[in-house]
Design a protein around this ligand. Sequence first.
Ligand code: AMP
Length: 308
Amino acid sequence: MSKLLIVGTVAFDAIETPFGKTDKILGGAATYIGLSASNFNVDSAIVSVVGEDFPQEHLDMLAARNIDISGIEIVEGGKTFFWSGKYHNDMNSRDTLVTELNVLADFNPVVPENYKDSEIVMLGNLHPGVQMSVINQMTEKPKLIVLDTMNFWMDCAWDDLLAVIKKVDVITINDEEARQLSGEYSLVKAAQKIHKMGPEYVVIKKGEHGALIFNDGNIFFAPALPLEEVFDPTGAGDTFAGGFSGYIAKHEDISFESMKNAIIYGSNLASFCVEKFGTQRMESLTKEEIIERLKQFKQLTQFEIEVN
Ligand code: AMP
């Protein structure tokens, strides 16, 4: 089994959806990635930063899932990154109401010594300069570097973002971000342009419409499971990335065939994430539930048809 190094925010979120509203709850890209990847029982570690206001119980919860938290720095007297968002009625689009970087503003990531040789590196959504610093600390060249990002960094750290994109093997972004990054409306053309920026594999997430993976002329599509009710889409993209990287770390196979399964697992895990507010659903998820839903995924997509 490969070691999985995760970098990203560990945060407080306040979320508003048509179903309700939360006060500050546990959130952050690395939190969702770590929770999702922990379903594969891989040897993983999170590199992040929180303030003194961050409850120990959240860190204990991550550690209890066998995630190494020694790379989560706690800044004395500092305040944890805070994000607040409000979803529209379609639940696909949202407005960011508040982004308070707090301790993230001066974050200097330090990769724990025993994770500097991790085979799989999952760069969750963070300042691209921080993502680059993590790559530069690796003593062995990772087998696979996966990067997730968002429009926020395209707007405020474009050059740094292009520099880190050049260094990664896989990029996972949503459809709107792929269009912004490439300047192309067609996702096929967008993927072609993004390939040229560096990543050999381009994964485009389309929310409730599933995800596509592009590589060297090959395309594969994983649907999202049609759900009766989506409660809170926050973290779905990160959960997808955690499922993707966790699957690859577990199976130690970075072929396109393996990545097809990895995006199915990513979609599967993301379908649970949206069923409750915040991390609640991911914290209670069982292996049996994951397997049951994988069967539903198979039924949804398998068909017999004669092609002649
Ligand atoms: P997702 O819904 O997958 O896009 O991820 C939502 C998570 O991203 C939330 O838990 C936030 O704490 C975190 N987040 C929001 N904005 C940023 C940002 N600018 N940088 C890093 N993480 C962010």
